[in-house]
Ligand binder design. Structure first.
Ligand code: ABU
Length: 544
């Protein structure tokens, strides 16, 4: 018995030795099966029949992925088809009944998985549809989509050159180009982030590190006085988030009133900075918004930069939304004069540049700050004695460890369009927005434009039903018009024909009830779509 066991162990060891030798010699395992073999019917198969579980399963794996891609093609085709709905809306409880979300004990078949993929896209909002104008990120750029597919297949992490050599170089090249557009030719540092909120958080972290580097080790305990940040009342809430996350508290993020067009009032900024100083607080950070989320306003860069310089305060520009205008020389001159004076800039290619989600960047004027602020020198990952130039390892600049590859879909789209194509891309959006404004004006008292000359792609308005058209425009009328927005929006979604966002705008100095904010940020949108959108709102709201 003991001898049998010994022989079995010895035979098994020999087998493994042979396999190891064959593998080294390149004989075994035998690749991924015969790629020319006709695949079996994949419907009844399971994941165990595909790679990586089945090393001979390449033909079936390919067949499965082809079937998924066919489902994606169908979704893409419907996305751009104006006869198809933007959304097949169901309330959550109803949708739960329609979908099969249960995760079973025993895995389902490939056929079921393909059905799951179809069902998932059937009920997904078509955010690339020319009648989807709901959010700041809309559209479906084909080239960027291809980039995202490739990225998923490469499935790498962006922390070291060691495991993402091509993508790391691509990222460095593209971010340098973006800094050059900002106006920082030979200096600065940047990184791709998981969204504008995180980009803005980096700005606040780095600004504080520049002023009080010892906070990194000692926390807030060593500060001589509380720090204060300033931002316009219409800025994005992520500045508040940054204040909370870096330990200042939202009470120490001071809002600055805006002028009638929604731009930060620079005189009031200065007054607020002086007020903070008088109270013994330390002003350290001003956020200047370029393209505010609801209004689409561009704060006055030069005026704010002068004040920041005077009081030695870090100047950040949140151009997460409005940054696309940097790509058009004429829009840049109009909206971004002085951008190079900023200490940091957030710019989200997943917004006006149409890059697939997510793709956000933060740019810092002073090189080395990002690294010094965030590095933790984890030796298991960022070994300094690697055989290549480790300055290409970006992972220690960031506050996350694992970082998604967001560069390829941006780089590929920029390669496709070139600078000229991107200038046309953003100018087309501005032209179409201008057309929308003219079209609203042409329709007389059917619509009420809140900002008559939008600076960005945000068009804010009310639909005015016949019964209110002769009423003088005052607070009561605005309240009444505001009440109609949720009903019209609900009808848009139930009919599935259109999606436009609505919201109130309430700050210390503004009390505006609900109104529509339309965003044209999709190359598929045409003048006819703009006309359709206004006609459709009239149709959906005429009886209210
Ligand atoms: N991060 C701001 C996005 C808001 C919007 O799409 O409306």
């Amino acid at each position: 018995m003991a001898q049998n066991i010994l022989r079995w162990v010895s035979d098994t060891v020999d087998t493994f030795k042979d396999r190891a030798k064959d593998t080294i010699d390149g004989h075994l395992p035998n690749g991924t099966g015969d790629p020319n073999r006709k695949p079996r019917d994949i419907k009844p198969l399971h994941y165990t029949d595909l790679l990586p579980e089945n090393s001979e399963g390449f033909p079936e794996t390919k067949e499965f992925l082809q079937s998924v891609v066919d489902i994606l093609y169908d979704f893409i085709q419907k996305t751009f088809d104006r006869n198809e709905k933007v959304i097949d809306f169901h309330h959550p409880e109803e949708l739960k009944r329609v979908l099969d979300l249960y995760i079973p004990e025993k895995g389902v078949t490939i056929e079921q998985l393909l059905q799951d993929c179809s069902q998932t896209l059937k009920y997904q909002v078509r955010t690339g549809h020319p009648r989807y104008m709901n959010q700041l990120s809309t559209g479906l750029e084909t080239i960027s989509l291809a980039g995202e597919w490739l990225t998923a297949a490469a499935n790498t992490n962006m922390f070291t050159y060691e495991i993402a050599p091509v993508f790391i170089l691509m990222e460095a090249e593209t971010l340098q180009k973006m800094r050059e557009i900002i106006g920082w030719r030979d200096h600065g540092d940047s990184i791709l982030c998981p969204g504008g909120t995180i980009s803005n958080l980096y700005a606040a972290l780095v600004a504080r590190h520049k002023m009080f580097p010892h906070v990194k080790a000692q926390g807030l305990y060593g500060l001589p006085a509380p720090l204060v940040m300033f931002t316009s009342e219409y800025s994005h809430y992520s500045i508040m988030t940054a204040g909370a996350l870096i330990g200042l508290g939202t009470d120490n993020v001071w809002e600055v009133p805006c002028d009638k067009r929604g731009r930060m009032d620079a005189t009031k900024l200065e007054a607020r900075i002086l007020e903070a100083k008088q109270k013994g607080l330390i002003p350290f950070f001003v956020n200047c918004t370029s393209g505010s989320t609801v209004v689409g306003a561009y704060d006055p860069i030069h005026a704010i930069a002068d004040i920041c310089r005077r009081y030695k305060v870090w100047m950040h520009i949140d151009a997460a939304w409005g940054g696309g205008a940097l790509l058009s020389p004429k829009l840049k001159a109009r909206l971004f004069a002085g951008v190079e004076r900023a200490d940091s800039v957030t710019w989200n290619p997943h917004k006006q540049m149409g890059v697939l989600l997510q793709c956000s960047t933060i740019h810092i004027r002073e090189d080395g700050l990002l690294m010094n602020c965030n590095k933790m020198c984890a030796e298991y990952l960022f070994q300094q004695d690697k055989h290549y130039d480790t300055s290409f390892d970006t992972g220690d600049k960031v506050i996350q460890c694992g970082r998604h590859n967001d560069i390829f879909k941006l780089w590929l789209l920029w390669r496709a369009k070139g600078d000229i194509g991107f200038a046309h891309h953003v100018e087309y959006l501005w032209d179409l927005t201008d057309f929308m404004v003219q079209e609203i004006k042409r329709r007389g008292d059917t619509f009420y434009l809140i900002w008559e000359e939008p600076e960005c792609l945000n068009v804010c308005f009310w639909y005015v039903p016949a019964r209110l058209r002769q009423t003088p425009h005052n607070h009561d009328r605005e309240e009444e018009l505001g009440k109609l927005c949720p009903t019209i929006k609900a009808r848009m979604m139930e009919h599935g024909t259109l999606m436009v966002c609505y919201q109130p705008l309430r700050t210390t100095s503004t009390q505006r009830p609900n109104f529509f904010r339309n965003i044209i940020n999709n190359q598929a949108v045409t003048r006819d779509d703009v006309r359709f959108m206004l006609d459709e709102i009239e149709r959906l709201g005429h009886d209210l």
